[in-house]
Design a protein around this ligand. Structure first.
Ligand SMILES: [Zn+2]
Length: 374
């Protein structure tokens, strides 16, 4: 995110603060020190109200950070790179650089955030009950953290994309319908409906006299609506790719191998010279399977001369293939759902090309940079 400064690095993830967060810090500290704490706890010095307010606001920051770290660590475990976490006016954002490829991964990644807030909230509630007769200032901080974390968990679980709850909803719909696109569409519509509802409630507040509270809600609703809309746009890009056949982007100068050569020959003739990661296996000009680098890695070196390609390849029947007329979205979805890096393109039993994730990304980037719409 622009205009943010770096705070440090945890588990290889850069932690940053956007300047708008300072505004939130000031607002939270002020509302605790000037309004909330004086109403609940009498007889503290002014300095005590402000110090306790500032500590509570800082610990709110730590709570949001833990929430985002939970998302990021699950993402990293799932093999999705996380560049940074930035805290800004509406909370935190984890800069996860790839989308989950399976609904299960998306579900876990989204759910773990609110779950961590809920756990903090419950632990703080128990602490507050235990500490109710102890130091008033400590009790004030602990009970504030209990309430705010439970609120954070609840707000994030609202099924409005791109909030965590919307992502959970999308993962469930994705798993149910098998289509990430449809799931995203429904979840972002839910997100927009929720956003308009918040704006509407905010306006009601304004008309009833609570101008600051009302405008704050309108602002949050506006932000959520924008976020839901941009996830819609992402979907539109996918729609843009619809109808463009994989024939247009596949590599055509293709090397193939025979099923009868040994693993050593395969490595020395094809894999090493061409840095090739996957090779269609062809017999009598018909595709019989696909052999990949990871298939080869499973063969111990002393067996390289004894094992033939046919024994380690994935046979044609178990292979997911594309036809040259399939559209790029379909290739993208198949790659994602099967967690593969490449798919062979087969026409009438003969392999005529390969499509990789890299091809599709480059294809989209070039169109984007040229401003080509269709
Ligand atoms: Zn979250």
């Amino acid at each position: 995110m622009q205009s943010s400064f770096r705070l440090g690095n945890i588990f290889g993830i850069d932690i940053g603060i956007h300047y708008t967060w300072l505004f939130v810090f000031a607002l939270v500290t002020w509302s605790l020190a000037a309004l909330v704490f004086p109403q609940t706890f009498q007889g503290w010095s002014t300095a005590a109200y402000w110090t306790v307010g500032a500590i509570a606001a800082l610990l709110l920051f730590v709570s949001v950070l833990v929430h985002e770290l939970a998302h990021s660590l699950v993402a990293k475990r799932e093999g999705l790179p996380v560049a940074s976490i930035t805290l800004f006016i509406f909370g935190g954002v984890s800069n996860i650089q790839k989308e989950a490829t399976r609904p299960r991964d998306e579900f876990l990644m989204a759910f773990v955030g609110p779950l961590s807030s809920l756990v903090i909230g419950v632990v703080m509630t128990i602490l507050a009950l235990l500490l109710s007769n102890a130091n008033q200032q400590v009790f004030a901080i602990v009970s504030y953290l209990a309430g705010i974390n439970i609120l954070l968990a609840a707000f994030n679980l609202v099924p409005a994309f791109p909030l965590d709850g919307g992502r959970v909803l999308r993962a469930i719909l994705w798993w149910w319908t098998g289509s990430m696109m449809r799931a995203t569409r429904i979840a972002s519509i839910a997100g927009q409906v929720f956003a308009y509802l918040i704006i509407f409630i905010g306006l009601l507040f304004v008309f009833r006299g609570d101008i600051i509270g009302g405008l704050w809600l309108v602002f949050i609703g506006w932000f959520l609506n924008n976020a839901a809309e941009s996830s819609y746009k992402q979907l539109a890009t996918q729609q843009l790719l619809r109808g463009i056949p994989v024939r247009n982007i596949m590599t055509k100068d293709l090397q193939t191998t025979s099923p009868d050569i040994t693993v050593r020959e395969l490595i020395e003739r094809y894999i090493l010279p061409g840095s090739i990661r996957a090779l269609p296996v062809v017999r009598d000009s018909r595709m019989v399977g696909l052999v990949t680098l990871s298939d080869v890695q499973h063969v111990p070196q002393e067996e390289w001369d004894n094992v033939r390609v046919e024994e380690i390849m994935t046979p044609r029947e178990k292979l997911h293939v594309l036809t040259p007329r399939d559209d790029i979205n379909m290739a993208l979805e198949s790659l994602g759902e099967q967690d593969l890096n490449q798919l062979p393109v087969v026409d009438d039993g003969r392999v005529i090309g390969m499509v990789t994730r890299g091809h599709i990304i480059r294809f989209m980037q070039v169109r984007e940079e040229l401003g080509v719409r269709k």
